[in-house]
Write a protein that binds this ligand. Structure first.
Ligand code: AQP
Length: 329
């Protein structure tokens, strides 16, 4: 059975970008593959977190995964920090990754520009921990948004490099980037990706936003003066709304564009808000249900950690042996 791994960092709250670019595909893949979907909590530590709030956000992310409809029996849903092999492998892979490679990562450049007062080495080696997350499970396919393409290329390079020295140890993973919706843009600046940590929260739709807030944010979405509804790079705001409607409704881009012939931006926004709210309705009900059943949520991550640890340890035994480390008898 093919293995899928993906994850999200628990900071803030899941966005519509996370949902369309990643989670919607995770759900589609769970039918055919053994999927591991992690909450990569250690990745969030590159930015200072308030412990109490961080704890709450981490748990809320698992509840959000469940509320998105991810099946906790078919899939392995777990916290990265519950499987210490991630950090063990990360250290080892650090020794097979060059400073130059990490310095070229655009996310590092962007994030170090943004957090000038805290450019820590974790931020620099972040892609190596990500490589460890993926390689630890001999992952075949990684479903991610467009922004993660460069990191995945690096993961492949590290895997190939290691395999070349020690023989076939890691599976070299492929990415799975959706054809449409791989990059949902900010509603306020449609040339920028929609992001959890955007200072202007009007640009980002959070899955937890109320229906009214969603309507307001979409009504205020930046468009243009063209006055026609076309799927074009010259009209990034309009294109973004069309993408949202298409990916959530399952209608083709052409069908969506056609349905707005002769109509204005107001109609486009109304439809976008309706589709988003319709999609998120069951999410919100389930979020409430799981929040009221935290024992169940605990049992999900306990079981997830057990299942993930078993797979991780199998790989690590091979890796330690390949490296010539003395194994405990
Ligand atoms: N705007 C987006 N469009 C499509 N896909 C997206 N993803 C993120 N933003 C978009 C995909 O969601 C998955 C989980 O992302 P992550 O938790 O690693 O966070 P991120 O990429 O760091 O997302 P943010 O929202 O930009 O968070 P901050 O602002 O905290 O850095 C990934 O598969 C990602 O591709």
């Amino acid at each position: 059975e093919k293995i899928i791994f993906s994850g999200a960092q628990p900071t803030g709250s899941l966005t519509l970008g996370n949902y369309i670019g990643a989670i919607q595909n995770w759900k589609a893949l769970e039918k055919e593959y053994q999927c591991l979907y992690s909450i990569v909590d250690l990745h969030s530590l590159t930015v200072r977190q308030d412990p109490k709030e961080f704890n709450r956000v981490c748990l809320s992310f698992l509840v959000q995964y469940l509320a998105c409809g991810l099946d906790p029996v078919k899939n392995i849903l777990f916290f990265q920090s519950h499987v210490p092999q991630h950090t063990e492998l990360s250290w080892i892979l650090n020794c097979y990754t060059y400073m130059g490679e990490l310095g070229r990562m655009t996310q590092f450049k962007e994030k170090s520009d943004k957090h000038k007062d805290n450019i820590n080495s974790g931020l620099f080696t972040y892609p190596v921990l990500q490589a460890a997350d993926i390689l630890l499970y001999k992952t075949d396919v990684v479903p991610v948004g467009e922004d993660q393409k460069q990191h995945l290329e690096l993961t492949r390079d590290i895997a190939l490099r290691f395999n070349q020295v020690y023989g076939d140890t890691f599976t070299v993973p492929e990415h799975h980037i959706p054809k449409v919706g791989a990059k949902i843009m900010s509603l306020q600046d449609p040339t920028k990706k929609m992001s959890k940590s955007d200072e202007d929260s009007n640009g980002t739709i959070f899955l937890m936003d109320s229906e009214d807030v969603i309507v307001k944010k979409i009504k205020r979405a930046v468009t243009d003066n063209e006055g026609r509804i076309a799927y074009s790079d010259h009209q990034p705001g309009v294109k973004n709304l069309i993408t949202i409607i298409s990916t959530l409704s399952g209608k083709s881009i052409e069908a969506v564009v056609e349905s707005f012939e002769g109509k204005g931006y107001g109609a486009l926004k109304t439809e976008a808000a309706e589709v988003v709210n319709e999609t998120l309705k069951p999410f919100k009900t389930r979020y409430e249900d799981y929040t009221n059943n935290l024992d169940y949520v605990v049992s999900v991550y306990t079981k997830g950690a057990e299942r993930a640890s078993e797979m991780a340890e199998t790989t690590m035994r091979e890796v330690r042996e390949s490296l010539g480390l003395i194994t405990l008898k």
